[in-house]
Design a binder for this molecule. Structure first.
Ligand code: GLY
Length: 339
């Protein structure tokens, strides 16, 4: 077993950590600082985050800076203003941020602002509130010097939106006819397939402090006004500096239903490894959702205070990227429940 395989094994399971007990100290000392984020195809976001961490910078600055790589990428289908619009053709953004002192900030349904994560941090640092939504969030951003961006969709989002309209005969009412087989409610997910996601990033800095950030344009072609899990502290993201951090990706409704990221952190508090904690949260979704889960995807990543990390998803295909002194932005495939 080479060093990377050894570290991977150590980080993915409490059982493995116990089995390799003599090497625990090596894992602990080697995994701080560390940053990980959802979906390997967004791994470039870890680079500026890692650059901050390796110079002794704090985890909060690292995650805020890192996720902006995706927010600024006009080609990204699912994060920032280049992302897919709602069913009215409007891009609305959700984001939240949390630090090691339980400071929290969030924005929801924010339009025409390039970096929602920066606005979320300003909500955290400059207001007495923790969450601003819609027009109020935009007004606050403008008052803080953010420029209003044009309403034009990116090229790929325009194309996706046209396809969506075509598929539904330009008459959205047709969507209403496609029902979830369990709930008999309109099934936007099955119409669109798995069409969206998020970047969630969590980090542990050299001082031993955890922070996290989560940002998304949300589900493609959602109802106007729909808010997912990503701006909701406890759902899309949670950090407890005594225990660990977790963040979620996938169908936000199901993550909100179980307060997913908070639940993952609470399972870590009970002694579960990051991977086991994520797995138990996914199992909780399966147990409680009224939806037909077959076409949904949900994934969690988690990091504990020791720098051990792990992930688990509902379906196959979820991966994530990890950057530390020993893991150079490497890809990890998540285990999954029903894929
Ligand atoms: N997880 C992102 C969303 O559901 O909007």
């Amino acid at each position: 077993m080479n060093r990377r395989e050894l570290l991977k094994t150590l980080s993915l399971s409490t059982v493995a950590v116990t089995a390799f007990k003599p090497l625990q100290a090596l894992a602990d000392s080697d995994t701080k600082p560390i940053v990980l984020s959802t979906w390997y195809d967004q791994h470039l976001a870890n680079i500026p985050a890692w650059n901050i961490l390796k110079q002794g910078g704090n985890a909060l600055d690292a995650v805020e800076t890192g996720v902006q790589v995706c927010e600024n990428d006009i080609e990204n289908c699912c994060v920032g203003l280049g992302g897919n619009p709602d069913r009215n053709g409007i891009v609305t953004l959700d984001a939240c941020i949390m630090d090691h002192k339980h400071n929290i900030g969030s924005v929801a349904a924010l339009e025409r602002i390039k970096n929602p994560i920066r606005v979320a941090r300003l909500v955290m640092e400059k207001t007495q509130h923790v969450m601003l939504a819609g027009q109020g969030a935009q007004d606050f951003a403008v008052s803080e010097g953010f420029e209003l961006q044009p309403t034009d969709l990116s090229d790929h989002a325009q194309k996706a939106f046209r396809n969506f309209q075509k598929k539904n005969d330009i008459d959205y009412i047709n969507i209403e006819k496609k029902k979830d087989t369990n709930t008999n409610k309109p099934d936007y997910f099955n119409v669109n397939g798995f069409n969206h996601d998020t970047i969630g990033m969590i980090a542990l800095d050299a001082q031993g402090n955890l922070s996290g950030a989560c940002t998304t344009s949300g589900m493609a072609f959602k109802m106007h006004g729909r808010v997912g899990d990503s701006p909701i502290i406890g759902a899309g993201l949670y950090v407890d500096n005594e225990i660990g951090a977790a963040t979620a990706t996938g169908h936000g409704e199901e993550v909100i239903r179980i307060s997913g990221s908070h639940l993952v952190v609470e399972f870590m508090r009970q002694g579960y490894s990051p991977k086991e904690a994520c797995k138990k949260a996914v199992e909780r979704i399966k147990k409680h959702t009224p939806r037909n889960l077959n076409k949904l995807q949900i994934g969690f990543i988690a990091l504990n205070k020791k720098g051990e990390f792990g992930a688990y998803s509902l379906q196959s295909g979820f991966d994530y990227a990890v950057y530390s002194a020993t893991l150079q932005n490497e890809k990890f495939d998540s285990d999954f429940l029903i894929g």
